[in-house]
Design a protein around this ligand. Structure first.
Ligand code: HEC
Ligand code: HEC
Length: 293
C-alpha cells in the first residue's frame, strides 16, 4: 500500500501541478477590476511637458508620448451649423440635453465633455444616433467626415472649454511589452486579451478592438465611452501610448508567437484546449503505468 502510494507520488504531484496552475490563472484577473475614476470634467488633463498657448488659451499640450490639440476655433461656425442640423433634435440647441419639446434627462448633456469625447462619438459613427432606444450605441460607418466631427467638437467646446483635447499618440516612443502587461491588467477583463470583445452585464458589450484607429483608442481610454471606465490619473500618457501600441500591433496584426493561433479564441478557450489535451495524455499515462489486477 505505502510503496504503491510512493510509486504514484510523482504522478500525483504532476497531475496536481497541471490542474492547479490554470485554475489559479482563472482566479487571478478578478483583482484587476479596481478602477479609479476621476471627475469627468477635465478628465485626461495631462501632466504636460509641452504646453502651447494662443490668446491666453492652451491650444496644444502633452509630451513625447501623446500630443493633445484643441480643434481650431476657426471651425466654430461650421460646427454650430452641423450641430443644429445633426444633433440639436436630441441633445438640444444649447447642447445641454434638453431638446426643443422640453423633456430633460432623455439625452446626455454635452456641455463641458471636452473635444475628445464629442469627436470620439461622432468619428466612431455612434452619433448621430440611429436608434435612440438602443441600450448601447454601436460603432458604425461615420455619417460625418473627420473634419466635420472636429468642427462639432470645436463648437460644443466653445460653450464651456474643457479637456481632453484631440490626442495624437507617438507610437515610436511606445513599448509594446509594457503595453501588453498594462492591457492584460486594465482592459482584457472586458475586451479579452485578444481584443475581440465580450458581452457585459445588462445586454451591454465591450466591442472588438480590431479596427480602431490609434487616436480613437486614446480617446476611448481617456474619456470612457458609456460603460467603459475613464482612465485618467491612473494611466500616464506613456502607459496609454504603450497600450495603444499593443492594440494597434499585436491585437490588430497578430502573428501568433509559439505555435497555432487556435482561431484566436482567447486564453480561456485556448487554455481549455491545452487542459483537455494535457489531462487526456496524463490519463493515458496513468492507465499505462497503473496496476492491473
Ligand atoms: C436621435 C437622437 C440623437 C441624435 C440625433 C444625436 N444623439 Fe448623441 N446621444 C443620443 C443618445 C440616446 C445617447 C446615449 C447613448 C448611449 O449612452 O449609448 C447619446 C450620447 C451622446 C454622447 C455621449 C455622451 C456622454 O455622456 O458620454 C455624445 C458625446 C453625443 N451623443 C454627441 C452627439 C453629437 C455630436 C450628435 C450630432 C452629430 C448627436 N449626439 C446626435 C441621442 C442622439
Ligand atoms: C469594464 C469594462 C471595460 C474595460 C475595463 C475597458 N473597456 Fe473599453 N469599452 C468597454 C465598453 C462597454 C465599450 C463600448 C462603449 C460604448 O458603448 O460606446 C468600450 C469601448 C472601447 C473602445 C472603442 C471601440 C469602438 O468600437 O469604437 C476602445 C478603443 C476601448 N474600449 C479600449 C479599451 C482599452 C484600451 C482599455 C484598457 C485601458 C479598455 N477599453 C478597458 C468596456 C471596457
Amino acid at each position: 500500500m505505502i510503496s504503491s502510494l510512493a510509486r504514484r507520488l510523482p504522478l500525483l504531484l504532476a497531475v496536481g501541478f497541471f490542474t492547479a496552475g490554470p485554475l489559479l490563472l482563472f482566479v487571478g484577473p478578478a483583482n484587476a477590476l479596481n478602477y479609479t475614476q476621476t471627475t469627468r470634467r477635465n478628465a485626461g488633463t495631462p501632466n504636460s511637458t509641452i504646453s502651447v498657448k494662443k490668446d491666453g488659451k492652451v491650444v496644444k499640450y502633452g509630451n513625447k508620448y501623446i500630443i493633445y490639440k484643441a480643434p481650431s476655433s476657426d471651425l466654430d461656425a461650421l460646427g454650430e451649423a452641423l450641430y443644429m442640423e445633426n444633433c440639436a433634435s436630441c441633445h438640444g440647441a444649447q447642447a445641454n440635453g434638453v431638446p426643443a419639446n422640453g423633456t430633460s434627462g432623455a439625452f446626455p448633456d454635452l456641455v463641458g465633455l471636452g473635444p475628445a469625447t464629442i469627436d470620439f462619438w461622432v468619428d466612431s459613427g455612434r452619433m448621430p444616433a440611429k436608434d435612440v432606444r438602443a441600450i448601447e450605441a454601436p460603432r458604425r460607418q461615420p455619417a460625418l467626415t473627420p473634419n466635420q466631427a472636429l468642427a462639432i467638437s470645436a463648437w460644443v467646446n466653445s460653450l464651456s472649454p474643457s479637456y481632453p483635447d484631440i490626442p495624437t499618440p507617438n507610437l515610436k516612443n511606445a513599448n509594446v511589452a509594457e503595453g501588453a502587461a498594462l492591457f492584460a491588467l486594465n482592459c482584457a477583463a472586458c475586451h479579452t486579451i485578444e481584443g475581440d470583445g465580450d458581452a457585459l452585464a445588462f445586454d451591454t458589450f465591450a466591442p472588438s478592438l480590431r479596427h480602431i484607429p490609434a487616436f480613437q483608442v486614446v480617446e476611448a481610454i481617456r474619456t470612457g465611452p458609456a460603460n467603459m471606465p475613464r482612465f485618467t490619473g491612473n494611466l500616464s500618457d506613456k502607459e496609454v501610448d504603450d497600450i495603444v501600441q499593443y492594440v494597434t500591433t499585436e491585437i490588430q496584426h497578430p502573428n501568433n508567437p509559439g505555435g497555432f493561433g487556435l482561431g484566436g479564441l482567447g486564453p480561456v478557450a485556448e487554455g481549455f484546449v491545452g487542459l483537455l489535451l494535457g489531462v487526456g495524455i496524463l490519463v493515458l499515462i496513468c492507465y499505462w503505468i497503473g496496476e492491473r489486477s
